[in-house]
Structure formats: structure tokens, C-alpha cells
Design a protein around this ligand. Structure first.
Ligand SMILES: C[S@@+](CC[C@H](N)C(=O)[O-])C[C@H]1O[C@@H](n2cnc3c(N)ncnc32)[C@H](O)[C@@H]1O
Length: 729
């Protein structure tokens, strides 16, 4: 195989002007680059000139140093050896050696260098001196850098310009950015120092009204809130020595009331409830409306179809979350959401996300008998009906006749056909019907969880309102439990819920029911939410209270809400002495009882203490054991009653209770005194405003009269009964 012939060899192919050669011109270099760098007339930049000058002065200095050293050495050797060698300089060798020593320490090549130069007494050449001076420069790197910095900072304008000329655009940009970043960091540092300084100078207002007048606008109030929170977060370090934590808390409470427009009562309760940072989050979140949410009525449509229909009408929506299959959140809408054809056809109901939770916890089953005791306007009741698929029977009740009308309207629209609607006081419901598989008690409450929806709650609630609420809630809960059938094959469950976040209306009510009835707390089945309180102020609730769920606007993005689920394990009602308190009273009596029960709770008197002790004794017992002890107490109390009957025919009535039950008959005067005593020890008249005191007194007189009449009647009855017994005997 021979080599291929190159036919083109020797023929010079003329390259045509290609695209590149057409466009690209010959490169043009800067003059300086082309110029010989060794040429003395080369143009140097200012900085280069400075460097050159510096190097030259350094060289001179180094040389003079060397001369001095040599001179000193020569003098030394002369004085040591007594020999004076005029005209012969050995100094360079020494200096050379010293340079070598320097090298030795730096480069760790002492042997070769030493060997090479050992005994060499040649004077150091110019080149070497150049190197030496360079080395010196290296040694003094730090000095050079700092001096360069100095130079640049001194002659900011010119040198920077010169430098910038040498830099690429991207380098220039990074330089500018770096400079800006440095400036920002410096500013931030200054601000921080200023904050620290301010923080240190926060002074507690000295005026008598604790500084209420010192802040004139909301911005100042806000600033002081921040300051006080800061002090409280590191109290030992930042406090003023003569001020206690409670002083700061009081100041903060006042400022928060001013800033967020709350009354002191509610703010105080909230401050007891939340840690400071969480409190601020709660207050902020309660200023913002919750997102508009709707629930698909699964009796009439599916969520997907409803969503599509609404999107077609210009509604911007999304599913609420993974935890519900029927909820939709509406971000914006081109049509009024409460008046679309879908709404009117009952395909959905406008309902807050938190309202889904109690029904989910109740977990209704098809074909059950379910009671919704306080149902109007029926958001939750219609949800229950939908889950039951219109099977079984849903008993829907509310004491308010006007609100019941809303139930009827809603049920018509939504197509609920398995319901019986009633208007009864829930507390009397067990007298009407019992034996339900499940009961929902969505109790009337203070509404402290729905402040965004109803801002009047901020200022309208006081101690008495809360007391009235929780007394009614307790009575309703016991009645609701009494309506339940513990032996239900599918249920025996009750869900208690409120839109309040106050433990008095939630955990305390459930705790009360745990003591009064054969029920135990069970898991709600809700996958999210915060645990219920076990400790709160002077209350200590049953440890199982953790099974209850709380929801907050700031952490769950829904209205404040409480849900507890209880299972009834016996239809028997344990009768303890305390039970006398729990009776269905007419409204007038209930009011007075509220007052007296309320007092009982405020003063944390004998009953609460007693109950607390009892609870602590039962704390480690299982529900059945607890039930046994409760039954025991019941027996004891019954025995006591029997004894009393046989001896004196009187029944011990709890000092706080006003009851319709049998009262002593034969000693009217004594009884009169007793009733008076029953009522009065708990009421401190001087603590009650005069108006309410006179009202209360009037009411009490009325009740006493009623009682006396009732007693006489009952007394007559008893006499008849006794007579009958005697007769039969
Ligand atoms: C929180 S609302 C119920 C809301 C309802 N569950 C819903 O989802 O639409 C409380 C209801 O309890 C009713 N209520 C108040 N006291 C009552 C009582 N003693 N017996 C029955 N219902 C009562 C009120 O009229 C009110 O409608």
C-alpha cells in the first residue's frame, strides 16, 4: 500500500474571503502592550510608580542597613581579635549568611544553600540583592497590604479610577456590589447597636397611672409593647431593679388593651392562656377575617362537580385541605357566593372550616338515632344528615324559636328528610327523649374564639358572662349525656364543642362531666389541632384531657374552637352530694343558681377543693375503678339520706344548691333559716354592685316563697304517702 498521491501539492490554494475574514479586522493592541517593558520611558500608572518608588527606597534602606551591620561586625571582630583589617570588607558574607539564615527558616533548604555559599565571601550581586529585597517584601506582606489599603483609602478618587480602568466590567460590578454589601452590613450593625442601646434605656413609666398618658398615639403604644415584651423575654437582665414582673405584665396588659381594643377582663384571660409571643400572634390573627369556606352537600352533589360549576361562574377556589373531602375555600368570586343557583339548589352551605370538626369527631353512622341538642342554624346538623345519607333519625333541637326557623329553611334547601325538629330547653331534653346512639352538644358560649367574626366580644364579655356560660354548659352537658344510650351497639358517644378558647368553658366543663357521669374521654379522631389543657391557673384537669382538641386562628388558620369526645359506659347516674347542684331549673332559678355557682367557683371554696382532692385520689384509677368509687359515694350518700329520713326526714342539700327536690317539711322555721343560709354564705353583698344586689335579693325572695309553697305541697304529699303505707301495713 503506497502513500496516496497529493495532487494539490505545490499548488497554492487561494483562500477566498470567508465570512469571518470579511467581518473580522486585524486586532489592534494598546500602545503600552506593544512597547518594550524595559524601556525607561514606558508609561507607568500612578500606582505602579508608587510601587517602584517604594521598592527603590526599600532597597536603599536595606543596603544602608547592611552597611551598618557590616561596620558593626568589623568593629566587633576587631575588638575581639585585636586585628584591624583596614580596607577589606567581609561584611557582605555576613549579610549573605544572614540572608541565608532567613532563607533557611523560610524554605528549609539549608544544606544545599549553605554548602553552595559556604566560605563564599563574594559580594552579593545586584541580582541577588534584588531577590533579597523581594524576599524582604514577601516577609513584609502584611505591611504592604495595609499600606496599599492606606494608599487606596487616602487617594480614593484617583487610584480607584486607575484601578477601575484595569478591571473588567464584571469585576467592576462585583467591586461595587461588595462595597454596597459592606455599607449595608455597617448600617445593620449600627442599627443593632442603636436597638441595644434603646433596649437598655427602656424606662418603666413612673407616673401614677403607669404611663397610660405618656403614650399619645398607637405607634408609641406598639413600640412600648415591643419594648416590654423584650424586657419580659430576658427579665433578669433587662428589668428595672425596682420593678417586678407583674408591673411589666400590667403595663403590657394596658397597652395591649389600648392597641387591640379589648377590655381588661378578656385580655387578662388571654394572657393567662398564651405565652407572650403566642398571645401576640393570636391577637394579630384575630384581627384578620378567616377565609370564606363552603361545605359541599353530599346529599345533592359531589365536590368535584360543585367546584367545576362554581369555577364556571368565576369563583376562584381550592379544596380546604386533605383533612376534609367536602370543604372548599373561596379566594375570590365574581358572583355573590350566597346567591348562586347552586347555593339556592342546596348544593353547598357557607360554613367555617372549624365547624366541620365536631361532626367529624362525632362520626355519625347510617341508621342511627342522633341528637343535635343546640342545633340552630343547623350547619352541623345538616352535615350529620349528609353523612347519615338521610337514613336513621336525626333529632334537631334549639331553645330559640326564631333560630329554629332557620333550621327548617336550611333543611328544605339542603334536602334533609330524616329529621325531627324541636324547641326544648336542652336541659330538659332527657325528660322528653333518651336512648340516642350519639349526641352532639355544640354549646352556646362566650365566642372568644371568633373575635374576627364578632369583634364586639372583645369588649362585651365580663366575668359574669363567662360564669353564666359555663354553668349553662355544665347543665347542658350532663343532660346531653343523660340522653345517650351507653348500651348502643354502634355508639354511646357524645361530642362537646364550643367556639370559645377559655378553659372554663371547655376543659373545666368536660372535667365536671367526668366527675358527675359515667363517661370517659376518648380520642376525637381529628388528626390535627393542639392538645387540650391539663393545667390551667389553679385548675388541674384529668390527664386524659389531652385527648381533647383545641384550634386557634394563629396556628390552625381557623376560628378558635374546642372539641371533646366522650364515651358513656353506664346508663346509671352516679349520685353524689354534689349532684344536687345539677338540676333542671326554670330560667329565673337558673339565673340565681348561676350566680351562686359562680360565686362558688370564684371563691374556689369547699366544693372545688373537695372535688380537686377527690379527683386527685381518682387520678390513677381506671374509668371503671373511678365509676366504682363514684357508685360508692352514691351509696354512702343514699344511706345518709335514708338515715336522715328515718331520723329527721330531712335531706342534706348542698349549701350552694337551690333545688326543686324534696325539702324538709316538718320544721318550717328551721328550713326557712336553712334556705337563707344556703343562699347567703356564697354571696358577698358588698362585693356585688348595688343594682344587681337588689335584683338578686328580690329574686331570692321569690324563690324562697315558691319553695315554701312547693314544700308545703310536697309535705302534704309525703304525709299522704306515709298514710298510704301505714294503711297498707
Ligand atoms: C353555637 S350555637 C349552635 C350552632 C349550631 N350547632 C350550628 O352548627 O349551626 C348555640 C345554640 O344553642 C342554643 N341554645 C342556647 N341555650 C340553649 C338551651 N338551653 N337549650 C337548647 N339550645 C340552646 C342557641 O339558641 C344557639 O342556637
Amino acid at each position: 500500500m503506497g502513500r496516496k498521491a497529493k495532487f494539490t501539492e505545490g499548488v497554492i490554494v487561494k483562500k477566498g474571503p470567508g465570512r469571518k475574514s470579511k467581518k473580522q479586522k486585524d486586532p489592534i493592541f494598546k500602545k503600552e502592550l506593544l512597547a518594550d517593558s524595559n524601556q525607561p520611558d514606558r508609561k507607568l500608572s500612578r500606582r505602579q510608580k508608587l510601587r517602584l518608588k517604594k521598592r527603590q527606597t526599600k532597597e536603599q534602606e536595606a543596603q544602608s542597613k547592611r552597611h551598618n551591620k557590616n561596620a558593626q561586625k568589623q568593629e566587633k571582630t576587631k575588638s575581639e581579635n585585636g586585628i584591624v583589617e583596614a580596607g577589606v570588607s567581609t561584611g557582605f558574607t555576613d549579610s549573605n549568611k544572614s540572608w541565608l539564615k532567613l532563607k533557611k527558616s523560610k524554605q528549609k533548604q539549608p544544606i544545599i544553600e549553605n554548602e553552595d555559599s559556604s566560605g563564599d565571601e563574594d559580594p552579593v550581586s545586584d541580582e541577588e540583592s534584588e531577590v533579597a529585597s523581594d524576599e524582604d517584601n514577601d516577609d513584609n506582606d502584611e505591611v504592604n497590604v495595609s499600606s496599599l489599603k492606606d494608599i487606596s483609602s487616602e487617594s480614593d478618587g484617583d487610584s480607584d479610577d486607575d484601578e477601575d480602568d484595569d478591571l473588567l466590567p464584571i469585576e467592576k460590578e462585583t467591586k461595587i456590589l461588595k462595597k454596597k454589601r459592606d455599607e449595608d452590613a455597617k448600617l445593620a450593625e449600627e442599627e443593632m447597636q442603636l436597638n441595644i442601646a434603646n433596649q437598655e434605656v427602656f424606662e418603666f413609666p413612673e407616673s401614677e397611672n403607669d404611663g397610660k398618658q405618656e403614650v399619645s398615639n398607637l405607634q408609641d403604644v406598639q413600640a412600648r409593647i415591643k419594648d416590654v415584651v423584650m424586657v419580659l423575654s430576658d427579665f433578669n437582665k433587662l428589668r428595672q431593679v425596682n420593678r417586678s414582673r407583674s408591673d411589666y405584665m400590667k403595663l403590657l396588659e394596658g397597652d395591649l388593651c389600648t392597641y387591640y381594643s379589648y377590655n381588661e377582663f378578656l385580655m387578662e384571660r388571654l394572657m393567662q392562656l398564651f405565652p407572650l409571643t403566642e398571645l401576640l400572634e393570636f391577637l394579630e390573627a384575630s384581627e384578620v377575617q378567616r377565609p370564606l369556606t363552603i361545605r359541599t352537600n353530599s346529599l345533592k352533589t359531589r365536590r368535584r362537580d360543585l367546584a367545576q360549576a362554581l369555577i364556571n361562574r368565576g369563583v376562584n377556589l381550592d379544596p380546604i385541605g386533605k383533612w376534609t373531602k367536602v370543604g372548599l375555600v373561596i379566594y375570590s368570586s365574581q358572583v355573590p357566593v350566597g346567591a348562586t343557583p347552586e347555593y339556592l339548589a342546596g348544593h353547598y352551605i357557607i360554613q367555617g372550616a372549624s365547624s366541620f370538626l365536631p361532626v367529624m369527631a362525632l362520626a355519625p353512622q347510617e341508621n342511627e338515632r342522633i341528637l343535635d341538642m343546640c342545633a340552630a342554624p343547623s350547619g352541623k346538623a345538616s352535615h350529620i344528615a349528609a353523612i347519615m345519607k338521610n337514613t336513621g333519625v336525626l333529632f334537631v333541637n334549639d331553645v330559640n324559636k326564631d333560630r329554629v326557623k332557620a333550621i327548617v329553611g336550611n333543611f328544605h334547601r339542603l334536602g334533609v328528610i330524616n329529621s325531627v325538629i324541636s324547641t326544648v330547653d336542652g336541659r330538659k331534653y332527657p325528660d322528653v327523649l333518651k336512648g340516642f346512639d350519639r349526641v352532639l352538644l355544640d354549646a352556646p358560649c362566650s365566642g372568644s374564639g371568633v373575635i374576627a367574626k364578632d369583634p364586639s366580644v372583645k369588649t362585651s364579655k365580663d366575668e359574669q358572662d363567662i360564669q353564666r356560660c359555663f354553668t349553662l354548659q355544665r347543665q347542658l352537658l350532663l343532660a346531653a349525656i343523660d340522653c345517650l344510650n351507653a348500651k348502643s351497639s354502634t355508639g354511646g358517644y357524645i361530642v362537646y364543642s364550643t367556639c370559645s378558647i377559655l378553659p372554663e368553658e371547655n376543659e373545666a366543663v368536660v372535667d365536671y362531666a367526668l366527675r358527675k357521669r359515667n363517661v370517659k374521654l376518648v380520642d376525637t379522631g381529628l388528626e390535627f389541632g393542639s392538645d387540650g389543657f391539663v393545667n390551667y391557673r389553679h385548675f388541674r384537669f384529668h390527664p386524659t384531657m389531652k385527648l381533647t382538641k383545641r384550634f386557634y386562628p394563629h396556628s390552625h388558620n381557623m376560628d378558635g374552637f374546642f372539641v371533646a369526645k366522650l364515651k358513656k359506659f353506664s346508663n346509671q347516674i352516679p349520685k353524689s352530694q354534689d349532684d344536687e347542684v345539677v338540676e333542671v331549673l326554670d330560667t329565673e332559678e337558673a339565673d340565681v343558681q348561676n350566680e351562686s355557682e359562680t360565686k362558688e367557683t370564684i371563691e374556689d371554696g369547699s366544693n372545688l377543693g373537695k372535688n380537686k382532692r377527690k379527683r386527685e385520689n381518682n387520678k390513677n384509677k381506671s374509668p371503671t375503678e373511678e365509676a366504682k368509687t363514684q357508685n360508692n359515694t352514691r351509696q354512702i350518700s343514699l344511706n345518709k339520706k335514708k338515715k336522715n329520713k328515718s331520723n329527721t326526714s330531712t335531706i342534706n342539700v348542698e349549701p350552694t344548691s337551690i333545688s326543686n327536690k324534696a325539702t324538709p317539711t316538718n320544721k318550717k322555721a328551721k328550713e326557712k333559716n336553712n334556705t337563707k343560709k344556703d343562699l347567703e354564705p356564697n354571696l358577698k353583698w358588698n362585693e356585688i354592685p348595688q343594682e344587681t344586689a337588689t335584683k338578686l335579693k328580690k329574686k331570692m325572695k321569690k324563690i324562697q316563697k315558691k319553695k315554701q309553697v312547693g314544700e308545703i305541697k310536697k309535705g302534704n304529699l309525703n304525709r299522704h304517702k306515709k298514710g298510704n303505707i301505714r294503711k297498707t301495713k
